[in-house]
Design a protein around this ligand. Structure first.
Ligand code: NAD
Ligand code: ZN
Length: 356
């Protein structure tokens, strides 16, 4: 059995014991009504199974939003606030967010602001939401093309991780979430990284790895909830990864990259920079490059692309005072934060990727 994980003010429960815990919580909290937020895909694939496990006499209302990052905005929140109000939600209502990171981020924000905050529970249904978005208390929505610009830090009363939901998740989404797990290995624990490389992906094994990944993320968040130091390490591969993701989204000639595919490239580039600036071992650089290219494929870049991607780095919200800060590695599990890297070296990292 996967042990519950204690986070700041809430716990994460897994698989078989989760529904007992959920039903007990609902039973003992005198809620007035339950609202389950889904998107169209989790409505179809996850809701029937989820509801079949919930035992309560309370009325359950379903609220559906459209799937996709483009709907993670304040207009969708308005829609949900209105529906909550029309359906008679009050301060004693409970909201359950059943979905990927879009549903848990948006639902967490809606619940945190409706009537100055009602209880919410996150039930992540994508790998990314399980190992990343469900831990740490960040909720929020996008403002135009600016990601996560509006939001609050607020924790759910529980997170319930049922890995059965992964059975219906498209394989490219599973792969994308796996990139965050590989990141946890690189920034925190070489033994965990090695285990990830060896896994056959068999369910039991994957469940244990998911659990371990959440433990790592939670440990980092608990040590630095305000992101003044250690928490920044979770941004490994994301400085260039985010810029690449946005650039590919804007460029009609480029394929759309999933978040995990973009940060896989970002992690290769960051590891190259780590080698150049902090003597990251060359043999490990080679392995990491090969692992990511084998798993996530190789994307073609032209020199004009590099320039435009470097331009986009300036919009990264994590840059303090106009500086572009990187997280780099001295070795696997040994991070250095707030490193400045000049543009020529960034171009050299793209050349390394291209020629590999
Ligand atoms: P997502 O929520 O868009 O889900 C991806 C796709 O999978 C969607 O089409 C969804 O409908 C579908 N889906 C979800 N579960 C399914 C299932 N079990 N079966 C079939 N289809 C299913 O995207 P995501 O990758 O889960 O999350 C991305 C979001 O998470 C981003 O908005 C990002 O900003 C956010 N995020 C937040 C944090 C945080 O700390 N709060 C951390 C990382 C990412
Ligand atoms: Zn990420």
């Amino acid at each position: 059995m996967l042990q519950p994980i204690t986070c700041n003010n809430y716990t994460i429960h897994f698989n078989e014991e989760l529904y007992t815990r959920l039903n007990k919580h609902i039973d003992s909290h005198f809620y007035s009504k339950i609202f389950v937020l889904v998107d169209e895909n989790t409505h179809e694939h996850c809701l029937p199974y989820f509801l079949s496990n919930v035992q309560t006499n309370l009325e359950i209302e379903i609220i559906e939003i459209e799937a996709g990052e483009e709907h993670k905005n304040i207009e969708t929140c308005s829609g949900v606030w209105n529906v909550l109000s029309e359906l008679g939600a009050d301060r004693k209502s409970l909201m359950i967010n059943l979905g990927g990171g879009v549903v848990t981020d948006l639902g967490g924000f809606v619940a945190s602001t409706f009537m100055r905050g009602i209880d919410f529970i996150n039930v992540p249904t994508t790998l990314l939401a399980m190992v990343d978005a469900s831990v740490g208390g960040k909720t929020g929505v996008d403002l135009g093309s600016l990601k996560n610009q509006i939001g609050v830090i607020n924790v759910p009363v529980f997170v319930f991780v049922d890995t059965k939901f992964l059975n219906t998740l498209p394989s490219e989404q599973v792969r994308s979430g796996f990139a965050e797990m590989l990141k946890h290995g690189l920034i925190h624990d070489e033994k965990y990284w090695d285990k990830l490389l060896k896994t056959s992906g068999e369910t039991n094994e994957l469940d244990n790895l998911i659990h371990e990944s959440i433990v790592i993320k939670n440990k980092v968040v608990m040590e630095d909830p305000k992101e003044s130091g250690l928490r920044k390490t979770l941004n490994y591969g994301h400085t260039l990864g985010h810029a690449i993701e946005s650039y590919f989204l804007q460029e009609p000639s480029k394929p759309t990259l999933l978040h995990g595919e973009a940060i896989a490239i970002g992690m290769i580039l960051a590891t190259f920079l780590s080698h150049e600036l902090h003597s990251f071992p060359v043999n490990k650089l080679k392995t990491i490059t090969e692992v990511f290219i084998q798993k996530y494929g190789k994307v073609q870049f032209e020199p004009t692309d590099y320039e435009r991607i470097i331009e986009l780095l300036k919009f990264d919200k994590k840059n303090a005072f106009g500086d572009i800060n990187f997280v780099l590695l001295e070795d696997i599990g040994k991070t250095i934060i707030d490193v400045k890297v000049d543009n020529d070296l960034i171009i050299k990292s793209f050349e390394y990727y291209k020629n590999h």
